[in-house]
Design a protein around this ligand. Structure first.
Ligand code: FUC
Length: 800
């Protein structure tokens, strides 16, 4: 095979059919991605999300009453607390003994009594919750209140991070523009009309609890202090300030509202801060307001769009459209149920995932939580926290491949913040070196096992986060960055090196106690138990962590002893095994799962987001992975379906991946799927499905996890023709592609660092047609094009 291809390659040198040419780096053309509604939002999930990575706006576009839900990413109740339980460790040996003699139920019962956090964990007290900042209301007064409303249109332009509401009332055209400025760090609402003196409203602020609103000179202020301990006002302080600028008209400052009458135009500036990110939130918020106030609206808007675009415009894609592609988004989602040839909706979903990521995190801020940064409640579902057995990780899946690499860094900072408390947890519960965290994460450094071992005992959450630390290196090859995160990889690896214990029944080193998130199995006597030793997911994660830590240490020429130690232990981890149904076993024993359709499919971690299962390395396990997915079924919670898109993409079954997209896009109504504003429904809304779905669509178009680049690995039949630009691959490359009739026609690869790139030749290409032209520095070997490129070199490959 290898020789054949090389010989043919040399033999066809004169028949020029494929051209590899160096191209100058050109700017990608910005596209116009948007979705729209024909009516105001009636529920929060119809309002549209705006955010600048720190502050968020969700305008509803009401005609008589506008509501804008306000958010700030760091606004959390709760406080730092010591939740490590010093008594737990003395029970560890007994819990393990019970597991190793097959008394799993007893082991679990003992854990309930002994191996939990101190306090209530996520069930209350100081753990806290991510909370809404407040609501801004505009109660309008129109010159002719009874006049009919026509031409209503409400849109979110995700290419510009700009929301627009427009309508005609009587003979007057009204327009509102809203954005959360990427340059000024304030929220902006601009109200205009095509007739002078037509704008009048009462502006007020509100929150469900713990707030005070008053006018301070010409600023409307909302401020308060949340609960730190779950009862009293001793937690985080926040401060919000609103300023109105008018053209024409009159303004009056009342006790707790601002009244505007007969204005030609109004500009509303909203500034928000907390004392989590800022020592003095009031001074910070007012300074931002003062700076924005003196700037011209058009300038602020233009600068905002340019800055946002510097991230958003790096990627584009085009998939086939149909007649439904121009429908309002709620109707478009409905139409997709019966007719999924509106493939452009998947394009919008990919871009919307990027939009949401850019909007909900940024350097110096926090990673997106379960709500992204958009929450209308003070009691958010699951506390709006950082769940670490898939959810937070999934939020960051689009970052690297979708060319938003720097947005991985707030996650890296978050992981850094877990190391110190995680070292204490490692010592207290396991008497181990290094650091550990379990499934629960908040902004206060919570790393203990949760209050409920059945789901809260998973201790590979930190190791899973380390995958992201390593992947950022894989995509950027930035060694300085690698050196900066290496101590975290090392600490996580040291924890497992110490914590792994020999299972006397089979001699493997296992994590114990642990779970396979959050599934349970039947024991021989019919009991339902979650706790186990060495779940398949744990084995895969620890193997990956050791492999990555070894690679990092070798690259940095460090810690040879540790390298040897991890290699030896890695060899003793249990391999993946195939069970009675032909599935990948979820546990070390071939237990029957209590929920065969469980939303987590953790035993396939090695298929995605890991890479130990591939067709080249483990063909039998790939088959077993398919069987596993068939048994699990397709429809599940939003994020679960999003994960399955990624699984099927890795299995290179484009049509099945598209089927899962179809399931994910189903209008949520009261169940799972997608809400009208494209928020993913668990239900209720949980942002992870948006990010996982977006990343899954990218995974169908481009993969680079098995040592080479593969384009269109999982193209569904209905995506016959299209193109994408600017997706990223491991090894420091930016890739674009054009295809038609299912055949790849152009590949463009730009090296972001000097490296040798390997591209898999598509199965439906005739290798004989490959020919070198201006760019000849490549080889063809074993179905792959291999080419060394210097940083910023760009190569185009055309196939006739
Ligand atoms: C995980 C999931 C739940 C939910 C929660 C926030 O624990 O198992 O379904 O998504 O996170």
């Amino acid at each position: 095979m290898h020789d054949n291809i090389r010989i043919r390659m040399i033999g066809i040198k004169k028949n020029v059919c494929l051209v590899l040419a160096m191209l100058a780096f050109g700017m990608m053309q910005a596209a116009d991605w948007k979705y729209y509604f024909e009516a105001p939002a009636l529920i929060w999930e119809e309002s549209v999300p705006l955010g600048n990575g720190r502050i968020g706006f969700m305008p509803w576009g009401g005609i008589d009453r506008e509501r804008v839900v306000l958010n700030e990413i760091s606004l959390w109740s709760g406080q730092k607390q010591d939740t490590d339980n010093p008594d737990a460790y003395q029970h560890l040996a007994e819990i393990r003994r019970l597991l190793f003699v097959g008394e799993n139920e007893k082991a679990q019962q003992l854990m309930y009594k002994t191996f939990t956090c101190k306090g209530k964990g996520s069930a209350g007290g100081s753990y806290g919750a991510y909370q809404v900042f407040g609501n801004l209301f505009l109660d309008f007064q129109y010159p002719d209140p009874k006049a009919k409303v026509t031409n209503y249109h409400r849109e979110l332009n995700i290419s510009q991070a700009l929301a627009i509401t427009s309508f005609k009332k009587g003979k007057i055209n009204y327009r509102r523009e809203y954005f959360t400025s990427f340059t000024n760090d304030v929220g902006v609402i601009k109200l205009s009309a095509n007739k002078k003196k037509s704008i009048g409203f009462l502006l007020s602020l509100q929150r469900d609890e713990r707030y005070k609103v008053e006018v301070d000179h010409d600023v409307l202020v909302i401020q308060g202090q949340l609960s730190g301990d779950g009862v009293s006002d001793n937690g985080m302080k926040y401060y919000g300030a609103v300023k109105v600028k008018l053209k024409g008209g009159k303004i009056a400052y009342q006790h707790n509202s601002i009244v505007v009458k007969s204005a030609d135009e109004a500009e509303i500036l909203v500034s928000m801060a907390t004392d989590y990110l800022q020592p003095n939130p009031k001074a910070f918020a007012l300074a931002l307001l003062a700076k924005a106030e003196v700037q011209n609206y058009q300038t602020i808007k233009k600068e905002h769009i340019t800055k946002f675009g510097s991230l958003f415009n790096r990627v584009n894609l085009s998939l086939p459209k149909n007649a439904n592609s121009n429908l309002p988004i709620n109707k478009r989602l409905e139409a997709f149920i019966a007719d999924s040839t509106d493939a452009d909706l998947a394009g919008l979903y990919l871009q919307n995932g990027r939009y949401l990521l850019i909007s909900s995190t940024r350097e110096g801020s926090l990673p997106p939580n379960l709500q992204g940064l958009w929450a209308p409640h003070v009691s958010t579902p699951w506390n709006g926290d950082y769940h670490l057995n898939i959810n937070l990780q999934m939020n960051l899946w689009p970052a690297e491949v979708e060319n938003l690499s720097e947005l991985q860094l707030p996650l890296v900072d978050y992981v850094k913040s877990l190391v110190k408390p995680g070292e204490n947890t490692a010592k207290v519960y396991y008497n181990s070196r290094g650091w550990v965290t379990h499934i629960l994460g908040n902004v206060w450094g919570f790393t203990s096992p949760s209050e409920n071992p059945s789901w809260g005992a998973t201790n590979t959450a930190g190791a899973w986060l380390c995958q992201h630390l390593w992947q950022h290196y894989e995509f950027t090859l930035d060694k300085n960055y690698l050196a900066s995160v290496y101590p975290m990889l090392k600490g996580a690896a040291e924890f497992f090196s110490d914590m792994l214990v020999k299972d006397p029944r089979n001699g493997y080193l296992v994590t114990a106690p642990t779970t396979s998130p959050e599934n349970a199995y039947f024991t021989a006597n019919g009991a339902r138990v979650n706790i186990c030793a060495g779940s398949t997911m744990d084995n895969q994660i620890v193997r990956e962590l050791f492999t990555n830590t070894i690679a990092a240490a070798q690259l940095l020429e460090k810690d040879n002893d540790l390298i040897q130690e991890l290699k030896a232990k890695r060899d003793k981890l249990a391999p993946n095994r195939i069970g009675q149904y032909g599935q990948i076993m979820e546990w070390m024993e071939d237990y029957k799962e209590t929920d065969v359709h469980h939303r987590h499919t953790s035993q396939l971690y090695g298929l995605h987001p890991g890479n130990e299962l591939t067709y080249e390395k483990t063909p039998e396990l790939m088959k077993a992975a398919k069987t596993t997915l068939e048994r699990r079924g397709d429809e599940s919670t939003g994020w679960s379906m999003a994960w399955k898109i990624n699984f099927w993409a890795r299995l290179k079954d484009g049509n099945r991946a598209y089927k899962l997209i179809h399931d994910l896009f189903k209008p949520a109504r009261n169940g799972r799927g997608t809400y009208p504003n494209l928020f993913s429904a668990h239900p209720p809304m949980q942002i992870d499905g948006d990010f996982g779905g977006s990343a899954g669509i990218a995974e169908m178009l481009l993969q680079s996890h098995s040592g080479y680049i593969e384009l269109l690995p999982a193209l569904p039949d209905s995506w016959k023709s299209g193109h994408f630009d600017g997706l990223k691959v491991r090894g420091g490359g930016e890739v674009s592609a054009v295809w038609n009739q299912g055949v790849l026609r152009t590949i463009t690869l730009k090296a972001t660092v000097s490296n040798t790139f390997i591209i898999k030749i598509p199965d439906n290409w005739d290798v004989n047609k490959i020919k070198r032209a201006k760019y000849s520095n490549f080889e063809i070997d074993n179905g792959k094009i291999i080419m060394p490129l210097k940083a910023n070199q760009k190569v185009e490959i055309n196939y006739p």
